[in-house]
Design a protein around this ligand. Sequence first.
Ligand SMILES: Cc1cc2nc3c(=O)[nH]c(=O)nc-3n(C[C@H](O)[C@H](O)[C@H](O)COP(=O)(O)OP(=O)(O)OC[C@H]3O[C@@H](n4cnc5c(N)ncnc54)[C@H](O)[C@@H]3O)c2cc1C
Length: 341
Amino acid sequence: MSSEALSVVIVGAGPGGLAVAGALLEVGLNRQDLLVLDKGEVGQAWLDYPSDTRLLSESKQSKDDNQIADVSTSEVFPNIPHPNHIMYQKYLDYVAQKLDIPVRRNTTVEKVVFDHDHKEFVLRLRDETNLRARFVVWAGGMYATPNEDMNMEGCFIHYAKMPYLEDVEADEVTVVGSSNGASGVVMMLAKPGRVVRLVVSREYTIPEPIDCLWKENMQFVKELENQGLVTIVEHFRVKRIYKDGDKYFLESEDGQKLTAADRPIICTGFHPNIEPIKDLVTEFCEDRETRIEMDEAHQSKKQAGLYLAGVIGRLENDNGFIVSFREFGKPIAQNIISQLR
Ligand SMILES: Cc1cc2nc3c(=O)[nH]c(=O)nc-3n(C[C@H](O)[C@H](O)[C@H](O)COP(=O)(O)OP(=O)(O)OC[C@H]3O[C@@H](n4cnc5c(N)ncnc54)[C@H](O)[C@@H]3O)c2cc1C
């Protein structure tokens, strides 16, 4: 290891990255050996979410599903089970301060490579400087990198590339997608005098297990359908969307067609935000969702010493929600500390 290298650099100061930082400090890593980088503020993604976003998961006194370290969310927002996105960002910032986690803000990592001679990672930053680290934990999230695999000319892409929902003015809106994102959009847009059409690739059934986070949203959408405010088009797996004149045309994989008067809103999922570490991981596709090959300690199977945390660090059978982030901070921290001792 070259003399100026840090032991651990965590990229992303969201709940995933901070949970790992907290776990590393808990197992005894020295603060000066750790650095968390974020391209914006602590919890930047939460600052960027639409203005009406609230956590679906609950902060209860008996069970705090939004807590990411040994710092209760009630220290920042007492008695609010579903805080809004700004409150949650404040909580994340509070955790970083309370645990004294070293965070460097406004620092974008553009590329991570492994230097085989020195057996350490080199992180190339946007300001053209480099950082070196023996271990890297990548916690870059995924909701700013939507799935843009299909051709969808001129569409809005939910979260990543669209104005706030309250700015949508059309009387007829087409939303493509099915689960959490799409249900949330439909709920927010449906109102008397407007027809919201939800286009889904399968049947619109509430998924099992029944206690999944967004089941209530889906039930709500069903109620809106009963009230005539929403129509659901099932079994239409969109292959292509194009614009001709003023109208948008949707084509399905099996040749069905739909017309939309206004630009459709696409909620067809996201890819993990891994561009800077792409050469150091192996991706695979499971149920049309891109995942990364990892071992039990969330370590990339392609490059030892690189760990994946937060929503992109989920292993099989893990739902990828905040409640699990602090759990899988532990194996990452244990694995790293055992190699440092
Ligand atoms: C609107 C919305 C609501 C959600 N609500 C819930 C909920 O209620 N309960 C729940 O359990 N889950 C929820 N989730 C899912 C998930 O838990 C959150 O998205 C969570 O923030 C993911 O944490 P993360 O740390 O993996 O990623 P993020 O919170 O996205 O953090 C990633 C961080 O990495 C930084 N970053 C990215 N690239 C770089 C780079 N190249 N260089 C430096 N920094 C970089 C970003 O600025 C960001 O701060 C929600 C998701 C969305 C989109």
